[in-house]
Ligand binder design. Structure first.
Ligand SMILES: Nc1ncnc2c1ncn2[C@@H]1O[C@H](COP(=O)(O)OP(=O)(O)O)[C@@H](O)[C@H]1O
Ligand SMILES: [Mg+2]
Length: 229
């Protein structure tokens, strides 16, 4: 495929930052590129003429992450747990397009998340550790579910040190409380509130258990109210 055409066409879209932890905004449009997802650093597009690729276009102040993410992909190699990286342009990374739906959208739509998906993430993390990387930033929008199996997206933080505990909390939440919300479409505000609280209070003072307990009560009441209808 001609990278030149892609680069030219991609210059029609602008990826702009909001807050440091807020999702980027996409301005402008191209009839050849379809936005398939946004994150806090970048927006991801699919090119109609080459649908097997995903173009991750970074906001201007995060361009340095392109080289880092590329290096991580190089270390990961081909595994089936992560997309594959094919190259990069001035403000974008080209990776394999992966079918599926993020766990975030699964919660929004009430799509069942099987135990196997949790195991797949565990295996993917172990694979990354064995390659000398430090898998981080594993949250609902960075896990893709397809035909009951999970893949990890967004490896840009795998060279950073330390544990952000995101996966630990997600896994705990799944084990202990997922049965309460399984198959239920969660309102957007609930998921966003959890996300914002998490970002605000990455310290120990964030009481995850209390919050989940409140959620559980909310859903129990919702069930009771439904039975009165
Ligand atoms: N390879 C891919 N295939 C399909 N969708 C993708 C792919 N990479 C990213 N996405 C979508 O784009 C979103 C943002 O991508 P991500 O790499 O997480 O950006 P950021 O680094 O800004 O968080 C993801 O949550 C997902 O919905
Ligand atoms: Mg992401």
């Amino acid at each position: 495929m001609t990278w030149h055409i892609a680069t030219q066409e991609l210059s029609k879209v602008k990826v702009t930052a909001n807050g440091e932890n807020d999702f980027v905004t996409v301005k402008g449009n191209s009839d050849k590129f379809q936005c398939i997802g946004v994150g806090t650093d970048a927006a991801v597009f699919r090119f109609v003429h080459a649908p097997h690729y995903a173009f991750k276009v970074f906001r201007i102040d995060k361009l340095a992450k392109i080289e880092i993410e590329k290096e991580v992909y190089l270390k990961l190699g081909h595994s089936g747990y992560f997309p594959v990286c094919y190259g990069s342009g001035l403000n974008f990374l080209v990776i394999s397009f992966e079918e599926g739906i993020t766990l975030y959208d699964c919660l929004l739509k009430g799509i069942h998340i099987p135990k196997q998906a949790i195991q797949d993430v565990e295996n993917a993390r172990n694979y990354a550790f064995n390659r000398g990387l430090n898998p981080r930033d594993i949250h609902l929008k960075n896990i893709l579910l397809h035909e009951g199996r999970a893949k990890l997206l967004d490896v840009s933080e795998y060279m950073k040190r330390g544990n952000d505990n995101r996966w630990k909390y997600l896994k705990e939440g799944y084990k202990e409380h997922y049965h309460l919300i399984d198959g239920k479409a969660l309102p957007h505000w609930i998921i966003e509130t959890v996300r914002k609280w998490y970002n605000k209070a990455k310290s120990d003072s964030f009481n995850y258990q209390d919050f989940v307990q409140e959620l559980a009560i909310f859903f129990k009441w919702e069930d009771r109210l439904k039975s009165f209808k």
